[in-house]
Design a protein around this ligand. Structure first.
Ligand code: HEC
Length: 131
């Protein structure tokens, strides 16, 4: 019985702390987004049709998450990509963000403008990605 009490106490604590980790990361991510990404991907994450792809409800982002994070880390994707049925052939520049900043900005874009991702991106994962 005591064990059950312990479990019912610890589970919500765990869920709340995970949520706090995400919120803190998203908050840092928001200001990074405003400094680095907004000028191309726009404040509403919708980009500019045919020039800068959308991040809001982007099928590419969720289907090719690792490739997308690498694109932010190493600077763009070679060749053409199709996002929500529209072709994009310009290249994202290398912004020189640290791994923890990339994690924060990813957590922000993955959970904004109607996007939802239940896994938190962390710095170690970003660090492990090689070009
Ligand atoms: C100079 C304009 C520019 C800036 C600044 C920029 N991007 Fe991009 N982004 C692009 C272009 C162009 C692509 C298309 C992929 C390619 O060919 O490089 C792209 C692709 C992407 C993709 C994958 C495609 C998609 O739409 O889902 C993600 C994710 C992304 N950018 C996130 C970011 C984040 C996060 C930042 C800021 C840290 C950022 N971008 C800054 C131009 C930009």
């Amino acid at each position: 019985m005591k064990f059950i009490n312990f479990i019912t106490l610890i589970i919500p604590l765990f869920i709340f702390s995970q949520r706090d980790v995400l919120y803190t990361s998203m908050e840092n991510g928001k200001s990074l987004y405003e400094d680095f990404c907004l000028r191309c991907h726009m404040p509403n994450g919708k980009g500019i049709d045919g020039i800068f792809p959308p991040l809001a409800k982007s099928d590419f982002l969720f289907k090719h998450m690792e490739k997308s994070i690498k694109a932010v880390k190493f600077g763009g994707i070679d060749g053409e990509i199709i996002v929500n049925g529209v072709k994009y052939n310009s290249k994202m520049e290398k912004m020189g963000l640290y791994d923890d900043e990339i994690a924060d900005v990813m957590n922000y874009i993955l959970n904004s403008w109607g996007n939802k991702h239940d896994k938190i991106i962390n710095k170690d994962y970003v660090k492990s990605l090689k070009n």
